[in-house]
Ligand binder design. Structure first.
Ligand code: 5GP
Ligand code: ZN
Length: 114
């Protein structure tokens, strides 16, 4: 999509600090981190939200999940614990409509989230 911020990060038109990449996924640091580790994992292809990604039905959602855990290990937060969150839709706080999972770690998390 030409007018999508995260597609522009995939293409390199918008800079980002990339921390992990596979053939079909890329992960980069959130510009406004909410935890010591805050990385966004996305498929390189454009899907609006987690439901659309799941409906792709070709293993891509699995690749995103696998990448998230690899990032947690790489960031040193896997052992203590981390959160992997997909805000899905405006009421959940989704503001960028290219599906992204937030890998959050490095501090104690609270439940339920606000
Ligand atoms: P959402 O609210 O849609 O679940 O998450 C969007 C996330 O994208 C937010 O945490 C926000 O800080 C992050 N974000 C917005 N614009 C940029 C950007 O230009 N670069 C990076 N790295 N993160 C961004
Ligand atoms: Zn996009």
């Amino acid at each position: 999509m030409t007018d999508c911020l995260f597609c522009k990060i995939v293409s390199g038109d918008v800079p980002a600090t990339i921390v992990h990449e596979t053939a079909r996924t890329v992960a980069f640091r959130d510009v406004n981190p909410q935890a010591p580790t805050h990385v966004l994992v996305i498929p390189k292809g454009h899907y609006e939200n987690a439901a659309a990604l799941a409906a792709a039905d070709d293993g891509l959602a699995d690749e995103v999940l696998t990448a998230a855990h690899a990032i947690a290990v790489q960031e040193g937060v896997a052992e203590d614990g981390y959160r992997f969150v997909f805000n899905t839709g405006p009421a959940a706080g989704q503001t960028v409509f290219h599906v992204h999972g937030h890998v959050l770690g490095g501090r104690t998390m609270h439940w339920p989230p606000g």
